[in-house]
Design a protein around this ligand. Structure first.
Ligand SMILES: Cc1ncc(COP(=O)(O)O)c(C=O)c1O
Length: 387
């Protein structure tokens, strides 16, 4: 096998099928939202086993629309996690509502219903957990909590397409879910996202709001038999997904189950290889759920090492291994510290976990020798810096 001297953090898995599908859209002359976006909606709805899906241009848009279409606004509160990407919190702030943060479970990096329950108040209108890295949140507890507190349960499923909780696909459990089809996600449209929901009324409203709240989108106005007149029914947004983007997603969707198996295979190889490196903890796997394996995040056992996480990453970089850190918690970010007065002392688990995490290269066609190279380098760093 060819000797390698580095592994990128991410490599796209695009092939002929993507080129054919996108070319077909270009040749059709219809590149904005139309039948390909609708086809992707149908495929995703069927895949996660819900009746309704709304294609949008990001997961951020999907979450914003879930909240807005549910009437969440100033004076309301939404319980969520500080251990996430900016988007999860931004969308709450866009609506004028107040995000209320609860600390994560140290092992899973997800929030759980027991901790979230302590943050519920009379003003709570929604709960917005995140399936970090693709490990499903314990949805049962959240379904109960949402029912008791009469709040909506929406989930940030940016990492979780393909994940399952107790036999149900993520995207089919709460009141509505938001997926990301960003460039590096398990299924990509370049930029894109999708809402899935069982609620027909909510789906209809989200579709309407996603295109300026027009009574008729371009497809219904300019496609054969369409008419020019429309009405603006509400204050809308420009969040629609183009057919050009959707066609990339359609090609990716055909390969999705194979991609998921390849991701799982890669993660299991990482786990096996790293099992005799005692300074590294591999990701939690739970028997009641199916991991989407969006990210492969290791945890350093810092008390056993003489270097910290940042120095560890530097060592990996020296060997041309691309890495990332998911996530810099919001309580460490200027805006959230200054304007929302978030304090790390209130989130000891998230604060501790952040110092330990490193995300390793993971993509469907990562080769066995690339995984072995990463693991050998990790093992050598650990040996060198072991206490
Ligand atoms: C947890 C989480 N939520 C939301 C998003 C936002 O996704 P998008 O870029 O599709 O808006 C991301 C992006 O990576 C994410 O990691």
């Amino acid at each position: 096998m060819k000797k390698i001297d580095g592994v990128p953090f991410y490599r796209q898995s695009f092939g002929r099928a993507e080129i054919v599908e996108v070319t077909d859209t270009i040749k059709s002359g219809w590149v904005t939202t139309g039948k390909k976006a609708m086809l992707l909606e149908n495929k995703i709805a069927e895949y996660v086993n819900v009746k309704h899906a709304a294609a949008v241009n990001s997961c951020t848009a999907a979450m914003h629309l879930l909240l807005t279409a549910s009437g969440i606004s100033k004076g309301d509160e939404v319980v969520t996690t500080p251990y996430t990407f900016a988007a999860t919190s931004e969308v709450i702030l866009y609506t004028g509502a107040k995000p209320v943060y609860c600390d994560i479970n140290y092992d899973s990096l997800n929030i759980d219903a027991e901790t979230a329950a302590k943050k519920i108040s009379k003003k709570t209108r929604a709960i917005l957990p995140v399936h970090i890295a693709g490990l499903p949140v314990h949805m049962d507890g959240f379904v109960k909590l949402a029912k008791i507190s009469k709040a909506k349960l929406f989930d940030d499923a940016a990492h979780a397409i393909g994940a399952e909780y107790k036999g149900k696909k993520i995207g089919s459990i709460g009141d509505g879910s938001a997926f990301s089809f960003y460039a590096t996600k398990n299924l990509t449209t370049g930029e894109g996202g999708m809402v899935t929901t069982k609620n027909a009324k909510l789906a209809k409203k989200i579709k309407m709001l996603s295109l300026h709240a027009m009574s008729k989108g371009a497809w219904k106005r300019y496609a054969k038999g369409g008419t020019w007149r429309y009405d603006l029914l509400d204050l809308g947004y420009k969040y629609n997904l183009s057919d050009l983007a959707a066609s990339l997603g359609l090609a990716q969707f055909e390969k999705f189950e194979r991609f998921q198996k390849l991701r799982e295979r890669a993660c299991l190889r990482y786990i096996k290889n790293l099992s005799d490196t005692p300074d590294i903890k591999t990701p939690l796997i739970e028997s009641e759920s199916k991991h989407a394996w969006h990210l492969f995040m290791i945890r350093l056992q810092l008390n056993q090492l003489k270097i910290n996480r940042n120095e560890f990453i530097h060592e990996l970089n020296q060997k041309n291994i691309g890495t990332s850190v998911h996530f810099i918690p919001l309580f460490l970010q200027s805006f959230y510290r200054t304007h929302l007065k978030l304090n790390r002392k209130d989130f000891p688990n998230a604060d501790k976990a952040f110092k330990e995490v490193i995300t390793l290269p993971l993509f469907p066609d990562i080769k066995n020798n690339e995984i072995d190279y990463v693991c050998d380098v990790i093992s050598a760093i650990c040996k060198k810096y072991r206490r």
